[in-house]
Design a protein around this ligand. Structure first.
Ligand code: AMP
Length: 394
């Protein structure tokens, strides 16, 4: 059975076609710059990337182009071969604690949640509608980034702000990257060979955005992102947690509006803001190797922010069987991983320097003497989306 996993952004549409239940990837691709005259369509076929540039005016046209390409390239004979479409949806609020089959009511709820995720949910809804229009008889499933974190206890999800903020306006920690945290946590528990009901795992998803989750018995009990993805650890361009009183202070000094100040925290902070160089960990490591003071500070600050949260989740979980690194930095940067693990000596964690050379592959990177196992596990949100879609089709 063939299932498409879709991640629709405001001007992009990423997709992967999977054979289920074997989880084999048949093809994948992306359309970028939807709505511009020079939209770019890239599709991988038999290991080769095919790229074309043309005007793709909206998501419906983008979906049509993807499906036509599948037929032209003889990947499928007809649309009938597609049994289901799974969509990544960023915000499910408190309403969705699991993936769901998309009905008119569900689509409406996703659109209503735009207050909480103004950049993402409308784009996700556009992607859903485009597939509904072109494949009206194919079942569609929504897989929410927030759903995995709905198991957090009150003391993890509530802020110590007036209770009315939560009651009236939904101000609470939601957490994000849930699909990724769930995937790597499940995989880690498999690798540990432990019963899920007796497992404690800390999942460290560090890419351009980043978050850390405390996973007890397979369930999220705390996570570092909050009401929005701006919270938590230091990221590529996002500050993570800061003292909120800094905002009115700099706004007054710089004569910034609240939008300008928040944009500074979203786009000009993190590795980029501190290093004065780049949001990309590769450039930071390059700078560190050349003795650039700002890059050295950025790496140290990043490692401290990440290791402090890991240490705190060790307490939250009451111990820890394994820590797992994933996403762009977690999977690829031996330097960033070492900088983080070097700060975790108090937990008896020992890094296997040789194993830590790994890039983009599943591997145990702690020594046999280490009190906590440390893994690198490439994340796979598409497989999770396809798995949930298959489960709900049944
Ligand atoms: P993601 O958001 O998960 O796609 O991660 C993207 C980020 O991963 C980039 O901005 C880089 O900071 C980081 N990254 C990717 N490849 C490498 C690498 N080989 N070494 C260090 N960092 C990397």
């Amino acid at each position: 059975m063939k299932i498409i996993a879709v991640n629709a952004g405001s001007s992009s549409l990423k997709f992967q076609l999977l054979e289920m239940p074997s989880e084999a990837i048949i093809t994948s691709g992306v359309i970028e710059r939807i709505g511009f005259s020079d939209s770019v369509f890239t599709i991988k076929v038999n290991g080769d990337k095919k790229r074309s540039v043309k005007s793709i005016k909206n998501h419906s046209v983008a979906v049509q182009i993807v499906l036509d390409a599948l037929i032209d390239m003889k990947i499928v004979k007809s649309y009938e071969e597609i049994s289901g479409v799974g969509h990544r949806v960023v915000h499910g609020g408190e309403k969705f604690n699991d993936s769901v089959l998309i009905t008119d009511g569900v689509l409406n709820e996703i659109e209503q949640l735009k207050d909480l995720a103004p950049l993402h949910n409308p784009a996700n809804a556009t992607g859903i509608k485009a597939f509904q229009e072109i494949l009206p008889n194919v079942k569609q499933v929504a897989v929410f980034d927030t759903a995995f974190h709905q198991t957090m206890p009150k003391e993890s999800y509530l802020y110590p702000t007036p209770f009315a903020w939560y009651k009236k306006h939904g101000v609470r920690r939601y957490g994000f990257h849930g699909t990724s945290h769930k995937y790597v946590a499940q995989r880690t528990i498999d690798l540990l060979g432990k019963e899920i009901d007796n497992s404690k795992v800390i999942t460290v998803h560090i890419g351009n955005g980043g978050s850390i989750t405390a996973v007890k018995n397979g369930k999220s009990i705390d996570t570092s992102m909050g009401f929005t993805p701006l919270a938590g650890i230091m990221m590529g361009t996002r500050s993570g947690d800061i003292d909120p009183s800094i905002l009115p202070y700099v706004m007054e000094k710089e004569d910034w509006s609240i939008e300008e100040a928040i944009s500074q925290l979203n786009q000009e902070s993190g590795l980029k803001g501190v290093s004065l160089k780049s949001s990309d960990m590769r450039d930071i490591v390059d700078g560190v190797n050349k003795g650039d003071e700002h890059c050295i500070t950025a790496l140290n600050l990043f490692a401290k922010r990440v290791s402090d949260v890991i240490g705190s989740y060790y307490i939250t979980l009451g111990g820890c069987d394994a820590i797992v690194f994933t996403a762009g930095i977690g999977e690829n940067s031996k330097v960033a991983r070492k900088a983080i693990i070097d700060r975790l000596g108090a937990l008896g964690i020992l890094l296997d320097e040789e194993a830590n050379q790994v890039r983009g592959e599943e591997r145990l990177i702690s020594t046999p003497e280490s009190k906590i196992k440390v893994y690198v596990i490439p994340t796979n949100e598409e497989v999770m989306i396809a798995r949930d879609t298959l489960r709900l089709l049944k």
